[in-house]
Ligand binder design. Sequence first.
Ligand code: C2O
Ligand code: CU
Ligand code: CU
Length: 472
Amino acid sequence: MFTRREFVAAGLAGGGAVGSGIALAEGLTGQGARASDRPADVVLKPQQINHPVLSGITTKGMMSYAPAGPAPVLRMKQGAVFTADLINGLDEATTIHWHGLRIPNAVDGVPFLTQPYVYKDERFRYAFTPPDAGTFWYHPHCNTLEQMGRGLTGLLIVEEPEDPGFDQDLALNLRDFRLGDDGQFIRQFKPRLAARGGTLGTVMTANWRVEPRYEVSSGGLLRLRLAATDVTRVYRISVIEEDTQATADVRVIALDANPVPAAFPLEVYPIGAGQRMDLAIRLPREEGKILRIETQSGAGPRLLATLIARGPDLGRSFAELKPLPPNPVQEPDLANATTLPFTFSWSAEKSGVESICGTLGYTFWAINRVPWPGDVPNPGGPLAELKLGQSYIFRLINETPNSHPIHLHGMSFKLLRSNKRKLMPLVSDTALLLPNEHMEVALVADNPGDWVFHCHVIEHQKSGLTGYVRVI
Ligand code: C2O
Ligand code: CU
Ligand code: CU
């Protein structure tokens, strides 16, 4: 772990923690110059901006990785080195975590665990090679309810080496903002709700817009990437033809960046905070036809965005698409796997838990009865130690009547079974546990380091539902 003093040294040296990534970059390019002297592929500068989320009203104090509008969609190639410079333009510390990417621990972006804080005007270089293709996202791992709540969430696309053959590729960053009637931010959470399902936003957006409309090619094939970057909301997506109210011609092709083994109806897997879903949509052949992308909420369907068909009928069909190749995730050895139970429950403790960078001042939740780091013999120690290369079954036990999207950094797992539903063998980084669901997932502990394991409902994470596993 980094101490404040170590951080100063690392900060002056330009971020010692990314050393392994830089070495890799140099190896691949064969250049003599230090990799950190070369410009990064992207510069991400978190900063406060003003932006009209609601038409005609400027919301002050939003946060973005760009000087205007939402964070950029980052694109990179599977197996190719990518570098990003974080230059902190905020008045508080931050870091960047690359959600779902199986990359070295030193570039995972978790303060204290994997790197020092990056303070105002400081630079930190992230360099890594994404091993998997698909739809991912990036966000801070510092004061996250505030920083993410104000807008610091961006999409990250890792392209397959071979183009699957879509006519268009559209990425939607789905999230809410908590704004009052005057369009200004209100408190990010209510303690009463943080102790339950979490506090929902007041304004639903896609790419920071309310019900945006996108023009798409009539009769074409669209790859629609949906990312639930909200701090709380579970999305239950449907795609509906506006005039007939019939379900559109849609196939789920990937969940959490990994191709699905077989087609399934959209509603089977809701996506919780942190999750992504890639859809193939055969667009209406007739110009002017509209598709509605909706989510089911307690109050009925809510519109997220619409697609309107434009131009001559391209006459495409699903059969023309190349299937997405599976990502190179190791198959767990179930016969020799060790089972580790993780119980998610309400907490009996009263005082505020100190979670990694930024506490909410409350403790509502616990993993294995301990609101981390809490009152344990080794405060701040790992929830479990995993042996490098060994297979493990994580038994995820949700003892609460709320849903929890449980996310593991640095490694992907395979869904095995549930006490509530039949699961497909999906590969994922985030398991959405339904109320009182017990789920088993399996993985090969193939990435050394300390990996955060937490609920992605940020209020839950910040009030007890977080910890980490150590792979050595
Ligand atoms: Cu989206 Cu700790 O992660
Ligand atoms: Cu993550
Ligand atoms: Cu939760």
